[in-house]
Design a protein around this ligand. Sequence first.
Ligand code: ADP
Length: 512
Amino acid sequence: MFNKVLIANRGEIALRVIRACRELGVASVAVYSDADARAPHVREADEAVPIGPAPSAESYLRGERIIEAAQRTGAEAIHPGYGFLSEREWFARAVRDAGLVFVGPPAEAIAAMGSKTSARQLATSAGVPVVPGTTTAVRDVAEAGEVASSLGYPVLVKASAGGGGKGMRVVAREADLALALEAARREARNAFGDDAVYMEKYITGPRHVEIQVLADQHGTVLSLGERECSIQRRHQKMLEEAPSVAVSPELRRRMGETAVAAARAAGYVNAGTCEFLLDREGQFYFLEMNTRLQVEHPVTELVTGLDLVQWQLRIAAGERLPFRQEDIVPTGWAMECRITSEDPANGFLPSTGRIGYLRIPGGPGVRWDGGIGIGSEVGLHYDPMLAKLIVWAPTRDAAIARMHRALLELTIDGVATSRDFHLRVMEDAEFRRGDIEIQWLERRIESLTRPNPPAGGKVIAAIAAVLLAERDRSTPGGATATRSSSETAAHRGLPHEDAWLRAGRRDGLRSR
Ligand code: ADP
């Protein structure tokens, strides 16, 4: 194992990697921009090196400075986290050329899966089903028109270099094609410096189901099962779970084998993810491979019992995977809510400020992967994700009840956050039935982001008040417990949530 690893990232993922290092007895080096001088990841690491001003182009994206910091501090490896330099082929190559280990796949595998069109070509040649569409960029409107009519509308124009849902446009009819093509190109040029776009059939109502793979340097490639990531806004994930209600053991096996085949075709090593769309008939189509650790990796960790970040480090250090495919069976249910500094009641507008108070949820089955503390400044320089709240429970129903309970415990003062939005999702009957697909959230966004308690909440509150009065009469000590929890809810101005929790308990929302 390495003696020292540098983490080329910030926020919650930097802390996540520092924790893995510490458990493995590896010293950690943080890097930080001027804006992050007092950030939690800097305080937590064994050493920290400043790398430049706040804008990421002048700090977290300065690969050569980061490599220099690793050399100066005597780190043997660099963990890139996600985002920033994690999927830049040149960076993986530069790290290797500097005599250091890149904790991730070989530069060649990043290149092979780097553009969506080259990934589609590779997947097709490995016999992996892809969404119908082109495997090369479209030249002009005329060609796009021909492709669209052969696929049939609606179609999706996508940036070859895409990521984070950028450079993507749904086109419902021919008349809209030219404008959509232009808009996608412009967005792709601005975001990725590359305006190549290609086209896919736009699939209506599928789920986003992805497979986590883990590959060592000795030829073992394993699937760690699926994650359900259909709760998305503007093609971006907001909450994830493992396993998926739509995946049977047989489908899990088939999707797993397909992901392993795609990873093998790319010469993949380390942790990676194959993303698929899964339709109602159980057909699945490869979307892309993410050649890095994913934000949502904890849900896989909780159902498999494997520490993915530790395995990333062990694989990078040359260790063999000591388990076989048949050893990996998901147990129970895990769910993750992305807690962002965005205001759901205000179109998810990014919110800035200083964290004045923070109450982190705890108790059975709750995990908090956060990157903030009291006093943290939340600005506009970086991604708005403040933390991930993750729960595990034996069943999906129990996981939902636990997540709702944990969200109620969470208090973040100083910035608007996505907390209340997630509470509403947990309260939603369709979500609770698992009746979701990638367009579900956009369809329901109004009811899930309404600033005031819904009328139903008042009804539930009234019912709950009666039930509580009954319970208080029959349970010794009940009155005290009740008073304190409603005080907490009232303090936040959200009485309906507390009432929902109590009513939910009676509805049998407990683990079954
Ligand atoms: P990015 O790399 O920008 O995240 P992806 O290819 O991973 O782009 O797609 C992001 C999301 O966009 C998917 O999870 C899915 O919800 C939606 N999407 C992508 N391709 C299609 C498609 N062909 N049909 C319908 N939805 C799609």
